[in-house]
Design a protein around this ligand. Sequence first.
Ligand code: THU
Length: 136
Amino acid sequence: MIMENLLKQAKKAMENSYAPYSNFKVGCAVKMKSGKVYTGCNIENSSFGATNCAERTAIFKAISEGAKEIDQIAIVSSGNMVTYPCGICRQVISEFMKDGTFIFEDNKGNIVTRTYEEIFPYSFTKNDLEKARENN
Ligand code: THU
C-alpha cells in the first residue's frame, strides 16, 4: 500500500519527462530513511551523453537537499516491460542504499517488487575501498 503511493509519485514525476529523442518516458520516486520522498524524471539532451536518467535526477535531488540513505525506490516508464535501472544508475544507487526495496510498474499496470539483494548481486561499493585500504 505504502509502496503503491510511491509508484503514484513516480508516475506524477514521469509527466515531466523530457524525452524527445527516445520517446521513452521514465519517472522515479525515492523514499529516504528519513521518510522524505524525492522524485525525478529522465531529461534528454541533443548531445545524447548528457542525458540524465529519472533515478539519478531523483537521487541527486535527495542528496543535494541533505538526505542520506535510500529506503525504497519506485520506477515507472512508458515501456511495455518494467524498467530496471541502467548501469550508471545502479552505481549511483549503490552509493546511497544498503538495503530496502524496489517497486516497478510498466505501462500496462504490471507491478514487480525486488529486494536490494536481488537488484545488486556483487556490487562495487565504498566497502570495497575500505577493505583495500585495510590491506595497505
Ligand atoms: N532511462 C531512465 O531514465 N532510467 C533507466 O533506468 C533506463 C533509461 C532513460 C534514459 C533515456 O532518456 C531513455 O530512458 C532511453 O534510454
